[in-house]
Design a protein around this ligand. Structure first.
Ligand code: FAD
Length: 516
């Protein structure tokens, strides 16, 4: 007799737990014939990590899929628009040093690749616009503090591509409420005190403090850094990536605005410091700021001083919270009848906000490949592991790229980041090829890619990477000129037509967006 998969037990009620519950439930619990029963157990006392305020545009699709109204989301989660990241002081460390990684593709991409044309032009014209400015209008929109859409744009659609900045604590509560109300998820507030396995080595049930045993055919470990099920109970080792990515500490703090009408930056600001970098995220009612640094290169007290100097005298009394992390991931993500999502699967510095999107993608993949029986689960697990391992490798490469192109020499942190021994072979190979042609879709061959070729272009050329212009073929110059002009026209149009970020958010809160 085949052992059918009918019930899922999720341990952990942070963003990972509730997003996973919602994504799987939206796909499965509505189809009556194939109904899955989902139980989520979370501890009231342990709490959630409570950071993680920057998302990818994928969050729009996720929220839409699970039936959340974008207007409600703005009203309840302190949300603002995010249109990319501005990296300040990463290349030389000077005050004027910055580049953008916007969320929109370069004009005409991928059928037309403007990179070689821009490269040739800028080699001959030192006053040429930056790459992102020449090929995309979003940097100009961000610099002016504008929103990516109009009040007449329906929910989840925009003039410019966008993601969100959100309050992590409020978001977990919001998604929890939505999931319980709409998907009938069984919610147990209790602490898991033991994980009990059967003779085959699968998890049989989790023992809770007051609510007894909670069983399941599939267990999803969303227990955070501790990795209670996959790491502790099933003994899956942790692969430390600290030799490649050095960041292992965060000092996080919530910073009040000067007044209620202060501008809300429509992008994440990532400012390089001596031993790491500071994120600065504007929400509706406050900023979320944090210094992520390497404890092998500086002490917490010194890092705190760097953070205080960034925040200014006015905010000297704020008390940042210290969080310890280890860069890396589990050797395998799905073992037996248990799969880890979120921090229980691993952690990498939040430089490109890659954690929440990985939760969305992983939950989506589990939902799509949901094994019908325990007998077929190992096949699904193997495929899930291959895809997820690949995704982690791609994220590691992309994050490391931000460090190897820096020319900063003000600390060992930056110098050691460029040591060839710490650069993954896969990234080194790409860098060799990209000396002669820009990153293209052919460099990223699977449908499981995390970052499109355009993202590599923004970072490479934003950080001053030069291609060998003598070897660039002539190509479609007329087409490229048209595309550059089109970008200029769009920039001129939208920098005049789009509202200020705060003005639109205020309007959404009072009037609401057109529901879809
Ligand atoms: C400094 C920092 C900055 C970050 N910034 C970003 C960002 O900008 N963008 C981004 O995408 N990601 C970011 N992340 C990552 C992001 O915060 C996490 O991926 C996300 O919050 C998911 O966390 P989680 O749900 O896995 O874990 P947690 O939030 O830690 O939740 C763990 C859950 O497990 C429960 N639990 C634990 N033990 C037990 C037990 N014994 N019994 C019952 N329940 C238990 C807890 O109660 C809790 O509900 C950042 C992370 C850090 C550390």
């Amino acid at each position: 007799m085949a052992r059918q998969v009918r019930s899922i037990c999720i341990v952990g009620g942070g963003t990972a737990g509730w997003l996973t519950a919602g994504i799987i439930a939206a796909r499965h619990t509505c189809a009556a014939a194939a109904a899955l029963e989902i139980t989520l157990v979370e501890s009231e006392t342990i709490g959630i990590v409570g950071v993680g305020e920057g998302t990818w545009p994928t969050m729009r699709t996720t929220l839409k899929k699970i039936g959340v109204s974008e207007t409600d989301f703005f009203r309840e989660c302190n949300v603002s628009f995010k249109q990319g990241a501005k990296f300040a002081r990463w290349v030389t460390g000077d005050e004027s040093d910055f580049y953008y990684h916007p969320l929109m593709l370069p004009e005409g991409f991928p059928s037309l690749d403007l990179a070689p044309y821009w490269m040739k032009y800028s080699a001959a014209h030192p006053d040429a616009p930056s790459f992102s400015n020449a090929v995309c209008f979003q940097e100009a929109v961000c610099e002016l503090g504008l929103a990516p859409k109009l009040i007449t744009s329906p929910e989840y659609s925009g003039v410019a591509n966008y993601a969100y900045h959100l309050d992590a604590g409020r978001f977990a509560t919001f998604i929890r409420r939505h999931c319980i109300k709409n998907f009938g998820i069984r919610h147990i507030v209790d602490e898991v005190t033991a994980v009990v396995k059967n003779d085959a080595g699968d998890i049989d049930y989790v023992q809770t403090g007051k609510s007894g045993r909670v069983g399941g055919d599939l267990f999803i470990d969303c227990s955070g850094f501790r990795s209670l099920l996959l790491g502790e109970a099933l003994g899956v080792p942790f692969v430390d990536c600290g030799d490649v990515l050095f960041i292992d500490r965060a000092l996080a703090v919530q910073v009040p605005y000067d007044d209620e009408q202060s501008e809300i930056a429509p992008h994440t600001l990532a400012t390089a410091q001596k031993h790491g970098w500071i994120w600065d995220i504007g929400l509706q009612s406050r900023r979320g700021v944090g210094y992520v640094f390497s404890s092998n290169h500086t002490a917490t007290d010194a890092a705190l001083e760097e953070l205080r100097s960034y925040l200014g005298e006015r905010h000297r009394d704020l008390q940042p919270r210290e969080i310890k992390m280890t860069a890396g991931h589990r050797q395998t993500f799905w073992k037996g009848n248990c799969v880890a999502i979120g921090l229980s699967g691993g952690f990498l510095e939040p430089l490109e906000a890659s954690a929440l999107v990985l939760i969305e993608l992983s939950a989506d993949l589990i939902g799509a490949m949901m094994p019908a029986t325990r007998e077929t689960m190992d096949i699904v697990a193997r495929r899930f592991n291959e895809t997820t391992r690949y995704r982690w490798r791609r994220i590691i490469d992309f994050l490391k790229l931000h460090y190897i192109l820096s020319r900063r020499t003000d600390s060992k942190f930056w110098i050691e980041n460029r040591d060839p021994a710490g650069i993954p072979e896969s990234l080194r190979e790409q860098m060799e090829l990209w000396r002669y042609r820009a990153p293209g879709d052919q460099d990223f061959m699977t449908h499981c890619e995390m970052f499109p070729a355009a993202s590599y272009q923004y970072v490479l050329f934003g950080m001053g990477f030069r291609m060998d212009v003598d070897n660039i073929p002539p190509g479609n110059t007329a087409g490229a000129e048209r595309a550059f002009k089109q970008n200029m026209a769009l920039k001129s149009k939208w920098t005049r037509a789009l509202p200020k970020n705060r003005a639109l958010i205020d309007k959404i809160k009072t009037l609401g967006l057109q529901r879809i």
